[in-house]
Design a protein. Structure first.
Length: 117
């Protein structure tokens, strides 16, 4: 179950939030009450793969292809997320899974910013 990590600096005009468990790191940017960007990093060390959605650019995936169970694992882990964030992120992840073949991987390995380590 993901828990929020507090103390992150905002990225004006967006509010930045971080949720974590032993498989996922979810970074969310919110502006005017809506999710405008998220990065779902996942895997045993949460550093090798990431599904990214940006309101202006859509989806991209970094790292090796996602395992089939990542959507189910997210649904289970997301139960503790705030309801509005959980609903928006879940909808986007299911959308990605439904059209997964149309989204290409940009890199073989995801590089995190220093504040995400």
């Amino acid at each position: 179950m993901m828990r929020e990590i507090f103390g992150l600096a905002d990225d004006p005009p967006a509010r930045r939030r971080w949720f974590h468990d032993d498989y996922f790191d979810l970074f969310v940017w919110e502006a005017s009450g809506e999710v405008t960007l998220f990065q779902l990093c996942y895997g045993v060390d949460s550093s090798g793969r990431a599904l990214v959605w940006d309101k202006g650019r859509g989806f991209f995936h970094d790292g090796p292809p996602a395992p089939e169970d990542v959507v189910t694992r997210f649904d289970d882990a997301a139960t503790a997320l705030p309801e509005d964030i959980r609903g928006e992120i879940r909808e986007k992840i299911h959308e990605f899974a439904g059209r997964r073949l149309g989204v290409t991987s940009r890199r073989k390995q995801f590089r995190r910013a220093a504040w995400q380590r």
